[in-house]
Design a protein. Structure first.
Length: 66
C-alpha cells in the first residue's frame, strides 16, 4: 500500500472517530438521564475527539506525498 493510500485511510478513520464523538456528545448532553453514564459517555467522546484530532494533525502536517 502506498503512503498516499495509507494517509487517505488514516484521514477517513479520523473522520469516523470524530463522527462517533459527535454522536456520543449529543447523547451524553441531551438523551441520557443517569449522571454517571453521562460522564462516562462524555469522557469517551472527548477521548475520541482528541484521538481523531491527533490523527488529522498527523495527516495535515506530514505534508504531501509524491
Amino acid at each position: 500500500m502506498s503512503l498516499s493510500m495509507l494517509k487517505m485511510w488514516i484521514s477517513i478513520a479520523a473522520m469516523g472517530i470524530m463522527a462517533i464523538a459527535m454522536i456520543a456528545i449529543y447523547f451524553s448532553r441531551y438523551k441520557l438521564q443517569s449522571r454517571a453514564f453521562k460522564f462516562v459517555t462524555a469522557l469517551i467522546a472527548y477521548i475520541c475527539l482528541f484521538v481523531g484530532g491527533l490523527m488529522m494533525f498527523y495527516v495535515v502536517l506530514s505534508g504531501p506525498t509524491g
